[in-house]
Design a protein around this ligand. Sequence first.
Ligand code: CAA
Length: 259
Amino acid sequence: MTYEHILVRTEAERVGVITLNRPKALNALNSALMDELGAALKAFDADPAIGCIVLTGSEKAFAAGADIAAMAKFEFHEVYRDDFITRNWETIRSIRKPVIAAVAGFALGGGCELAMMCDFIIAADNAKFGQPEIKIGIIPGAGGTQRLPRAVGKSKAMDLVLTGRMMDAQEAERAGLVSRVVPAEKLMDEALAAALTICGYGQLAVMAAKEAVNRAFEGGLSDGVMFERRLFHALFATADQKEGMDAFLTKRAPNFRNA
Ligand code: CAA
């Protein structure tokens, strides 16, 4: 499949890399781009050779938000009827393999929300995060008011959402929004190294770990702990669990077969 707004490639035959590519609009997210992103994510998810996906943008912008030019004239009856923003924005949530956001430059509005929909964020030291929608008379519309407070707490989320200010990579790391900050020129190396580490593990355990951690953000503690326990128990039905533990005990590298 050919794409107009994203670039798609494979690294080391195991990592799917998707690069948002609307440089003139700082990777502003429109429906066509989000459709392509959804299709590329689904294709990698379905490819048994791929163990992890990295989503990135340019050095200047991961994504500067939803495309303001595309939505400036929308009326209430249109956005409500078409369920604007959810139609193709949530595909990423259905992806079962890990998705790492490698963020350099601006991650604003929908760009910040897209990064937060990934499983973790590695930030370049020039990254800037924010939910500036308030400045253009709207509020975050792709989960920002829900995911940001879960990531950084109420006070900082309110600060960002109500003032529309940006926070830099260091502040984002202190707040817990990003897992690590790296020099901009090392961003892809770091993201690919993390992805390859993940690819080295059994895919069943990786998928279960992702599913269980995500459950922490969906419901109450007891439900989440019980869900985790069921997945934990289920992994004892896999050959990878036997192989992983035997390899540890016999001091050799495991040979996971995703079975
Ligand atoms: N939508 C459409 N076009 C955008 C855009 C966006 N979100 N962000 C930037 N662009 C375009 C600019 O219009 C400009 O195009 P032209 O060259 O044709 O004029 C080009 O990208 C470069 O942008 P700037 O000249 O503004 O670059 P800058 O370096 O001076 O500023 C910026 C960078 C601070 C990111 C600034 O572009 C900006 O504030 N962008 C808008 C950020 C924003 O409000 N995002 C939230 C959008 S709403 C949303 O996302 C809703 C939701 O929750 C889903």
